[in-house]
Design a protein. Sequence first.
Length: 553
Amino acid sequence: MEDPQLPKKRQLPKLMACMTKTSLENLRNRALFSLEALDAKGIRRRKRPLHQCLILELRESGFFESSDYLQDLIYDNIQLVKNDDIGIVVDLRKREDYLEHICAGLIQAEKYRDKGDTKKECLELLALAIHYAEMGKGILWLAEKFFLASIAVSSQYLIDGGRQKGCCKYHYAKFLLDKFPGADPEEPFVILTEVRDCAIGKDWPLYEAVEGEERVSTEMLFSATAIQLHRVLVNKARTCRTKEVAKSETLARLAERRARDADDVPKTAEAIIEIGISQLMMNNLNNAQKTFEKAFRIHTESNNIEGLCETKMHMAAVMQRLGEYEKAAKLLTEMGALAMEHNLRRQLGQALHLLGELHLRSERPELGTQHLTEAFHCFLGDSCLSDADTKRQAETAKKDGDDIDVIFEEETKGVVYEVEAEQSRLMMSISAGQELMASYFNLIREARKCSIAKIKIIEWKLSKSGWWVKRYHHDLLPCLCPIHKRSPLDILRIQLLKESPAFSQSDVDTSLGRTGDIQDIRKLRSSFGSVEGNKSKYISLISIYCIKTFRFA
Ligand SMILES: [Zn+2]
């Protein structure tokens, strides 16, 4: 065997079969020829950063406007990067791919401009804008610049009687709405209204087919704008609802009209439901009911299951407000059944949660707790899926093996509606508390006659041990009430029976200790007596507690 410390044998260079003098010469010439030829431009690209080279190159090839534009872009970018505290803005100087792409687009646009083809110039800028709108948050500023440039070009020449201008503005407004969802929608709203005003009665397509292609889409600028206006109006209606309900209703009505402009059935129904919610909030119950019925008809015609679920939910809210709990419960049950049939877990959870709340409100906390528990599991995706679904999940679980990874588990469960689940859990605990409170009042009522109930109350007050838990020592207390009917002597008999070998249960634990002989029973009896003496004190304590809890409830 070779010693590992010895150097390896030197590998001989691979010899070519016929290395003559001419073939060597050829080889050398070919190598020389394929070397990258560096002209002045190439040398500059090696020595200076790309953005500077590109600005100079554009100028040298006669694209002065593009060169100036790029220079301005870089300048603005540097300012933006400087003021960016979070470090999110993309530094164009470091993105050579972006720089080349922008440069190519600008050259193309300027070529069209020189030819007098303003429309193509505008489309080129718009294409750049739409491209960078989808490239992440750090580059949105660039997209916005290109949108504004395309709007400027199109409005300067009013191409196609204003169609191009309208399209550019539409895309810009949609960009603002899509990419800055938290921002004030006023600016896009104004822009969209302007577009709508221009496009009324015109059959301007939103997209035009590129030469030699089939028509891309039949969408019209007017209806596309109407849909975006609907979106803004519905959102506005939702945000101002708590403060200005009447205004919210007006906005929702406007949204409905816009959706009808666009012939969009689901969006029309959405707006109608918003009108209904506002009416409900104004306590305008009859109108709200009519409005929801209108939406219900629309959803029934188009067989929109999610819509039907939502409408039933709102109709149940109206019924609840009218005090018709039975009708409300019926609507919610129907909603749950519909959701279960179509595997809409979120809607099923909502139906269960609302049913739970309804029961709680109508003072049936035991039903409430049950429904709310179901809602909680439903939102988490634990159960209540259809059989097919459960089977499929079981199979995937088998394939994955034991839960190795939490991510896997989440995947088989599907979406977890955490916020909703948390709300259900909260309501569930409130409901369970209400249940306990009711049983506490029963216990107090019982305690008038039953000493065991009395002991349970005392134990709860002294050591917070719950009366709902069954405890062994309660069986060893004498009580003369019609339910228990046992004297101290009976207790003794029970004890003796249990201590006999036939009934050996020696290690039963009682927190009151063993009451093995008569002495002990007497002791117990006397301590019980002292409690009896303090009865009035305890009862008054309890009544104070009751008053407090009642106030709370
Ligand atoms: Zn009793």
